[in-house]
Design a protein around this ligand. Sequence first.
Ligand code: SF4
Length: 321
Amino acid sequence: MELQSKYKTLRDVPQIDYLAPGGSLCAGCGGLLAVRLFHKVLGKNVVWVNAAGCMTIMVNYPLVPLKSNWLYTAFASAPAGAQGIRDAFDILIRKGKIPESEDLKVVVLTGDGAAYDIGLQSTSGAIYRNLDFYYLCYDNQAYGNTGFQVSSATPVGSATATTPPVPSEPAGNIQKRKDLFEIWRAHNPPYIATLSSSYTVDFLRKVEKGSTFKGPKLYISLAGCPTGWGYDPRETIREEKLAVETGIWPLKEAVEGKVKHTVVPRALKPVEEYLATQSRYQHLFNPVRRKEVIRSIQEQVNLYWEEASKREDFEIKLVNT
Ligand code: SF4
């Protein structure tokens, strides 16, 4: 039976904040917004296990802007840290040393660098062991806090510090993103979802829904990154919304492996409406328009939605190429 969500409109967004303002992350950081929303749903009984990444700078030791708990780990080992905490709580509760009411939800917090690359092995092990934890990846599509180098989540066409457009490779990054959603799905966890803070109710509902499952729960949240993507920090919500409306960032979930798109645009907007707003893609428009690269990005998006619409039997108007 489908869960009756308590999140129906924006009025239902909890007013309470577990994350204090005034941190040292970049203004307009979409990753931080995702953490804020995620926390609102889980409540205060949380321990964040933070893999090295942008969110590391959220904390300036000894000042932690969270009304919850935080453990810092190296890039590769956050799921192992989560396992240790989960085991410790399970044992203490079983032995009656602490009451169940003091149990904490264990949340691994990673950027795409740790999630797609450096921490993939330990993540795979934790899912295999059916660890009861949440995994929130704020996906800004590059190694943000070290200067925006390419990661295996970087989209085709994006310029990064290590894939600048050069005469021999004018498109910038030419590697396709790994499909982390499908990598997780192949491990058979109970719940996986993609998120965007710009679709706030969808976001909150998915965190609420995932909480009803015991075991590994993955959330990949698009993390608009004004610093690396090159747009005005005020526009994070607009950028993330455009990513969904153009079909570049599909909002979906997989419950016990069964995939369903939770937001289906009736008609896709052309991808260039999104690309043109960010400096990481400006070399696709200036000094010459790289129409073959833009067309190829559009074709990939069309292909994705064509296949999804057949599998799930929904209608969607694609963009002519
Ligand atoms: S580099 Fe991007 S993801 Fe990292 S803190 Fe700044 S805005 Fe956020």
